[in-house]
Design a protein around this ligand. Structure first.
Ligand code: ADP
Length: 217
């Protein structure tokens, strides 16, 4: 069974949703660096305040800060994981390879969720998020409005501080310049581990593709 998984993909490609579904179906812990950073921010910790300076502008948080929270997470949670939103730079990918090599726990699978820009923009402008449990919802699909109770935990739904068109432009630029090279890195160094899925399909269909990939020995 594959139990060390990296999900890559642009904003709103469904990484969080699919990571949650894999986590529930296969009992593998899901870690979203974006959610970890938002939680630090909510708790108003020094790390959260520093991260907010970058996230609110749609920029990546510096590698050393992200590596600190990922290292802490791995120390607390052990050897299996689904990373969503990490690694996002080649520096982070190299850090992860080295850290896993030291632990003798190699990655089992890297999945790239691919989505065209028009669909990314549509999804982000329609997205509502829960700051408490981290769930996200398409407002139109779920018939939800700003301030409604989160269907999962009943906290009020908000628009994320980076789900506006200015920050999204920046996030797309950052994705092209800093995260697409991570895909090239894995293509070069671990081509057998990398799978691509067309994320324009509905959540069930994308999950079905993931289950097939996860089932392959
Ligand atoms: P999305 O996938 O929609 O961009 P995330 O929740 O994954 O949303 O990330 C939100 C923000 O958190 C990013 O725009 C970035 O500022 C920060 N962030 C998340 N993960 C990382 C990471 N691995 N490295 C640097 N910054 C990160």
């Amino acid at each position: 069974m594959k139990k060390r998984i990296v999900l890559l993909g642009p904003p709103a490609s469904g990484k969080g949703t699919q990571a949650d579904r894999i986590s529930a179906a296969y009992s593998i812990p899901h870690v979203s660096t974006g959610a970890l950073l938002r939680s630090e921010c909510e708790k108003d910790t020094p790390l959260g305040r520093e991260a907010d300076e970058w996230t609110s502008k749609g920029l990546l948080v510096p590698d050393d800060l992200v590596v600190r929270i990922v290292t802490r997470w791995m120390d607390e949670h052990g050897p299996s994981f689904i990373f969503d939103g990490f690694p996002r730079t080649v520096g982070q990918a190299v850090y992860l390879d080295v850290a896993l090599q030291e632990l003798n726990l190699p990655l089992d699978l890297i999945v790239l969720l691919e989505l065209p820009e028009s669909e990314i923009r549509r999804r982000v402008s329609d997205r509502l998020s829960c700051t408490k449990c981290g769930a996200t919802f398409g407002a139109t699909l779920h018939g939800l409005s700003l301030g409604d109770a989160c269907p999962r935990c009943a906290s009020p739904l908000v628009r994320r501080n980076d789900d506006n068109s200015e920050a999204l432009d920046r996030r797309l630029e950052v994705y092209t310049n800093q995260t697409e090279p991570v895909v090239d890195y894995y293509e070069k160094n671990s081509p057998k581990l990398l799978s691509r899925i067309n994320a324009v399909h509905g959540s069930d269909e994308v999950f079905g593709s993931l289950v097939r990939i996860l089932g392959d020995a």
